[in-house]
Write a protein that binds this ligand. Structure first.
Ligand code: FMN
Length: 424
């Protein structure tokens, strides 16, 4: 489509009064009404169209083939409150929704800059509603900064209006969450292709496959899987038995049993060239395996109670801290009570960058899928040794992260599974 940007003509009037209603087309705060915004914008625009001032200008974007007006920008001259200097002000900018994302907004903003430069202004300003996220993204992309923020305090007596507003927010959050669940995709208008480069493609070295073992840390070698005579139950019987188990006996797990469970969850089969990836007992998108497996040990023969990390690359436990009542603390304060009586709690954290290095923000879809595999492996392995587990997604994030000593930002808890021996 060939577009040209030109000065406003009286024949553009009707098109502009229609386009200006775009400025209220987003989830407005409850104390604002689209009707009111539209009426005011139309009235101000009509005055500007009637009384062309040499200090102001209106430019329109026109489809050269159809002669249809598909966007406009209205510019005014203003004086900065603090410096007293004259500056350009973008009072309205709107693009027809049918041609959004095709660079027309950018053309109009460029025209505004040309106009400002010709007038000798070194800056352009504009106002935008906080909730108009789409517009804000566009401005920020083209170099606009937040300057003054207007706060507002409103008497919220109109509960129903608030409810309608928050219903819309919930709908927006739900839509966003659904979007993450779809196949990897991002709208071009949000990020043009040339700006989408993963760190892997940019040549940034791959992050470590697992967290380092700190110098001087206490470690415990686990028996190698080939030395353990466990997991002989036929798979068909394991599948038939599998249930979420929330009642555990007071029995201990043996060290072999713990080693078997750890290996079933995150045991390493193969390490890729230059230590870029690992193949493990479960599949992981891009073989990234962005997880760390922590164990809150309460009743395991030969392992002092405390918190450990399973270092799959070395088949070792790394001591994080000793302490006998972490399971009780977690059961009381961070998740459901039944957790307190587990023999060991598996807590998985995610280090998102291990995945983002390759998949950037689309990792948000993959990571939850991958951790599901870990947990299912734990379910099956536990059943095969007369133990049981129960997946837990409902826990107090900060308490668990604090207990593990992770920062909650670059590494945080994502899934929990208490394990114990079961009756029968
Ligand atoms: C993602 C996920 C989250 C879960 N979160 C919890 C939880 O927080 N607390 C709990 O008691 N069970 C939790 N469960 C276990 C489910 O309640 C259980 O799988 C479901 O009731 C079916 O029972 P079954 O696993 O025995 O077939 C979770 C399961 C999954 C897969």
């Amino acid at each position: 489509m060939a577009i040209r940007v030109r000065l406003f003509l009286p024949t553009d009037r009707e098109a502009l009064t229609t386009l200006v209603t775009r400025l209220s087309a987003f989830d407005l705060h409850p104390w604002r009404s689209a009707d009111q915004i539209d009426r005011t914008n139309i009235s101000m625009l009509e005055t500007a169209m009637d009384e062309a001032s040499p200090n102001d200008a209106i430019f329109v974007a026109e489809d050269e083939t159809t002669r249809q007006v598909i966007g406009f920008v209205r510019l005014q001259t203003q004086t900065d409150y603090f410096s007293g200097e004259r500056q350009g002000y973008i009072s309205n900018i709107a693009v027809d929704p049918s041609v959004e994302g095709q660079g027309i907004g950018r053309m109009l903003l460029e025209q505004a800059e040309i106009w400002a430069r010709e007038k000798g202004f070194d800056r352009l300003t504009l106002h935008v509603f906080v909730e108009n996220r789409r517009a804000r993204q566009v401005y920020e992309k083209y170099g606009y900064w937040q300057d003054i923020i207007q706060y507002i305090k409103v008497d919220h007596e109109l509960k129903t209006r608030n409810q309608a507003y928050y219903d819309k927010v919930i709908a927006r959050l739900t839509a966003r969450a659904r979007h993450i669940m779809k196949a990897f995709d991002y709208p071009d208008e949000e990020i043009p292709d040339e700006f989408v480069t993963s760190d892997q493609v940019a040549g940034v070295p791959a992050p470590p496959l697992e967290k380092d073992i700190p110098e001087g840390a206490t470690t415990l070698d686990l028996p190698a899987i080939d030395e353990i005579q466990l997991g002989q139950m036929p798979l068909i019987d394991v599948f038939k038995k599998r249930r979420s188990r929330r009642v555990y006996t007071d029995d201990h797990l043996s060290l072999d049993e713990l080693a078997y469970l750890c290996w079933a969850v995150a045991g390493v089969h193969e390490i890729g060239p230059k230590e870029i990836w690992t193949k493990r007992t479960s599949p992981s998108g891009g073989a990234r395996h962005p997880f760390e497996t922590y164990l809150v040990v309460q009743r395991v023969d030969g392992v002092e109670p405390g918190i450990y990390r399973y270092a799959g690359l070395r088949n070792q436990l790394v001591l994080v801290k000793t302490g006998a009542d972490f399971c009780a603390q977690l059961g009381e304060m961070a998740m459901q009570k039944f957790v307190s009586n587990s023999a060991v709690i598996f807590i998985w954290t995610v280090i998102p960058y291990r995945n983002e290095w390759r998949y950037m923000f689309t990792s948000a879809k993959q990571i939850p899928m991958d951790i599901g595999h870990y947990c299912q492996n734990l379910y099956l392995a536990a059943e095969s040794i007369g133990a049981g587990t129960c997946a837990i997604a409902s826990y107090r994030q900060e308490i668990v992260d604090d207990l593990l000593g992770v920062d909650g930002k670059d590494e945080f808890t994502i899934y929990v599974a208490p394990v114990g021996k079961i009756e029968g």
